[in-house]
Write a protein that binds this ligand. Sequence first.
Ligand SMILES: *Cc1c(COP(=O)(O)O)cnc(C)c1O
Length: 235
Amino acid sequence: MNLSQRIEIIREKILKSSEKAGVNSKDVKLVAVTKTHPVELLDEAINLGLDIIGENKVQEVEKKFPKLKNKYREFHFIGHLQSNKVNKLMKFRPTLIHSIDKISTLEKISNYSSRNDFKQDVLIQINTSGEESKSGISPDEIYYFLDKALEIPSIKIKGLMTIGTITKDEQEIRRCFSLLWKISERIKTKKYQELEMKYLSMGMSNDFEIAIEEGSNMVRIGSSLFGYRNYGKED
Ligand SMILES: *Cc1c(COP(=O)(O)O)cnc(C)c1O
């Protein structure tokens, strides 16, 4: 199967799950996760209409993006962001950073964006699976985190992100996504100024249909579009 056929299959599945969830599939954004894949594949993906590109390593962005021939519409940074990499990342002007779980990282981002006269859109990553190895703040820290984050000037919080438990147990996956949805609904009722719970970034190749059913409107899909990743030594 070629890339264009795989895109079609994913779009079809997004459509079906959106219908099940009672939402318009146009409102579910597809982030094409091109990490570990060569720049030629990014160009092909963009050609085929995958206009939101997701990468998870700053080093890889630095290597690949200058060689891109085609223009993407949006670049999303989805990986864990070390604070010493913030300035390097910001040079590429990510449309959205999905993976914020530290106030100090937000402050660094804000320093860059205020110097350059814009506000950076970010999502807060929440660890809904409870696995220690996973990034993200714990669900009960969210209000404490928001209070601090909302004082930082040149960032805009646009929603939440999570990675579901990697398991075949559908109930457990559903629990993670439904928890993120609940947290976001609760935050909405508090009517914070300067905070828009617009995006729920949840769902990857193996669980995006469940995620959409549970309220996701941003899915991050890599391997089912581009095939298995071939990790180099860096990982
Ligand atoms: C790699 C990655 C994805 C995509 O994973 P697939 O299972 O290949 O679809 C999504 N989100 C994050 C944060 C990732 O690092």
